[in-house]
Design a protein around this ligand. Structure first.
Ligand code: AMP
Ligand code: GLY
Length: 420
């Protein structure tokens, strides 16, 4: 059978790598993929906004299954569109993708189904927001409703910062805004909790913690993710049961009442406060770079799992894992998450010796005449599985030393909470 992957990041390279060792597929297509996937699959350069061209290509090549990696095509309804042409797709439909596409949709669901989350207020204009901000406690969090690549969230220490956030959002920094969200600041530790769904049942798909800030010590600007580790140091059986009972199950009931069955990965971004979970956000996909830490631990055939999800047979499929710790360090272009130069050549990639438990997933890279160039903010992901986080970290930083790429930078303290 043939499989296609939509996306071009580290997450999609990791999915591609897992599909390469699947017994189910003989050919892989990546839309558009990166330099890393080009070694495992056929990269197809189609604009991801052009649903019709994507569909035509899939039908022409008779691709049996499509996996959608990033949120944007999901929120824009690529699943619904491809299904009209009887194409098998792994990913949630447009309604279910509102869980990520609209923070207000999710907050209203939380309210209706009593899902624990930060207290919040929806504001319809600047005056409404200003009035609320006059008499509230700080810090407070101001959020744009729509997809903003992680940039639409402001943690505000005082009224001046909060009013500035409100102004930027209503002035259209993240697209047209009719509403915004102001919410209570929760103090705790964040954790990512993943599940995989077939429209009827779901199974757990691991936990992780990521480092979102650009600077060491979790300081500086927010990014897509500078590194991650799996499993989360916070997870235990009691917490897992609470997450399932108080958050995941009521969410699925809420979706069902909207006539919607969830198929795909679901990623709950949680704040854990004294062993109690609060929902910060939902994402309707795997995390990036969390996915790069989780998939290498998967013992079962991912192709079988994806097919089972599309055929509503997940209950007949076992998901088994290697009992390992996994760490990922992301290499970024200098300047990220702000301005950075593109088309900088990456040397030395062939000097890196990867052992059985080491992975090098590409993100913003491109091959040109056999040379590899950085074309994005996040460029490479170094992942190692080991019996403990410390030895995984040592191996990764040795490999990064061998790379010695002057065009990029990385954080030297990934996993500091789980490594003395
Ligand atoms: P989001 O895009 O909603 O996940 O927010 C981005 C980041 O902002 C989260 O990963 C948290 O670190 C932080 N954040 C968002 N909402 C809150 C909150 N209510 N309390 C504390 N931190 C928050
Ligand atoms: N690592 C955060 C995300 O994928 O949204």
């Amino acid at each position: 059978m043939k499989v296609g992957i939509i996306g071009s990041g580290g997450r999609e390279h990791a999915i591609c790598q897992s599909l390469k060792i699947s017994n189910k597929f003989t050919e892989i297509f990546c839309f558009p993929g990166n330099a890393g996937t080009s070694r495992l699959a056929q990269n197809i350069n189609i604009d991801l906004n052009d649903f019709e061209r994507i569909k035509n290509y899939i039908l022409e090549k008779k691709i049996d299954l499509i996996i959608i990696g990033p949120e944007k095509p999901l929120v824009n309804g690529l699943v619904d569109y491809l299904e009209k042409f009887k194409i098998k797709v792994f990913g949630p439909n447009k309604i279910a993708s509102q869980l990520e596409g609209s923070k207000i949709f999710t907050k209203e669901l939380c309210q209706k189904y009593k899902i624990p989350t930060a207290n919040f207020r929806i504001c319809k204009n600047k005056f409404d927001a200003k009035e609320f901000l006059e008499n509230t406690n700080y810090p407070i969090v101001v959020k744009a409703d729509n997809l903003a690549s992680g940039k639409g969230v402001y943690i505000c220490e005082n009224k001046t910062e909060a009013l500035n956030a409100v102004k930027e959002i209503f002035d259209g920094k993240f697209g047209k805004a009719n509403k915004l969200l102001i919410e209570e600041f929760l103090k705790g530790e964040e954790m990512s909790f993943f599940t995989i769904h077939d429209g009827q049942i779901f199974k757990n798909f691991g936990t992780a913690q990521d480092h979102k800030r650009v600077l060491e010590g979790d300081k500086g600007k927010n990014t897509g993710g500078m590194g991650a580790y799996s499993p989360s140091r916070l997870i235990n059986k009691e917490l897992e049961n609470k997450i399932l009972k108080k958050i995941i199950h009521p969410t699925l009931i809420g979706l069902e009442e909207l006539g919607c069955k969830y198929r795909g990965f679901l990623y709950a971004g949680l704040m854990i406060v004294k062993n109690e979970p609060y929902l910060i956000e939902y994402n309707v996909r795997m995390g990036d770079p969390e996915c790069q830490t989780i998939l290498p631990k998967l013992k079962s055939d991912i192709g079988e799992i994806f097919l089972a999800c599309c055929n509503q047979k997940l209950d007949e499929t076992n998901i088994e894992w290697f009992d390992k710790k996994s760490l990922c360090v992301v290499v970024c272009s200098k300047g990220y998450p702000e301005n950075f130069k593109k088309n900088i050549e990456i040397f030395n990639l062939d000097k890196i010796k990867l052992n059985k438990n080491d992975y090098l997933f590409h993100a913003g890279t491109e091959v040109n005449n056999g040379k590899i160039f950085a074309i994005g903010g996040r460029v490479l992901n170094f992942v190692t599985l080991s019996d403990n986080f410390k030895s995984a970290k040592n191996i990764i930083y040795k490999n990064l030393n061998d790379l010695n790429w002057t065009g990029g930078f990385y954080r030297k303290d990934i996993g500091f909470k789980v490594i003395e």
